[in-house]
Design a protein around this ligand. Sequence first.
Ligand code: TYD
Length: 205
Amino acid sequence: MKNKQEIITNFIVFEGLDGSGTTTQTNLLKANFTKKDIPCRADCEPTKSFIGKAIRKVLKGEESVAPGTLAKLFAADRHEHLYNEQKGILTLCRKGVKVISDRYLFSSLAYQSLKFGYEQVLMLNKDFPLPEHLFFLDVPEHVCRDRLSIREELEIFEDTALQQQIRDNYLKAVSLYADTGMIVHYLDGTLSKNELEKIIWSLLI
Ligand code: TYD
């Protein structure tokens, strides 16, 4: 794909299926930057903004919206995450802060495409800038299922039948951004959390 999306230096994204360990690695990486006195912020999508909170209600099944509405809510939440003047990703990364996001636009391509059509989701996300590093934690669907089975509340996408399709969408989405300048790391997410932590750190320093 001919891609003109800007790359944001200092912006790092973790992606993977539900249960793949993105939140764990986001937190471990933040701790490693902090130990080295490197300014860093870790957060996630959906964000904690009012838009992100509305999305969480849909994910929990407390509200129901058309698939296109959900895709647009994710895009609006992402826009605010990026462009908020005080605390947006762009502002922070330009000041030299490492910003780590647990999920980003690749999640929309992987999840919203299930019901809203890949091309339409792509259109909603095509102008967003890309991270400098994308880590995809690849974990087989059955391992994610076992990890999720110990959680009490499952969200709408945490249905095992959907996870294989989501993984296929992820691989399609990530390959679309080959040759954009974004550095993509496919990692074996079945490794122990500390092994993965070390590999990720070695890829960044
Ligand atoms: P997750 O990040 O796993 O948070 P938690 O640990 O609180 O469950 O869950 C977020 C869910 O949102 C996950 O199922 C993926 C989904 N999602 C989308 O469908 N589209 C998106 O664009 C994003 C960012 C997330």
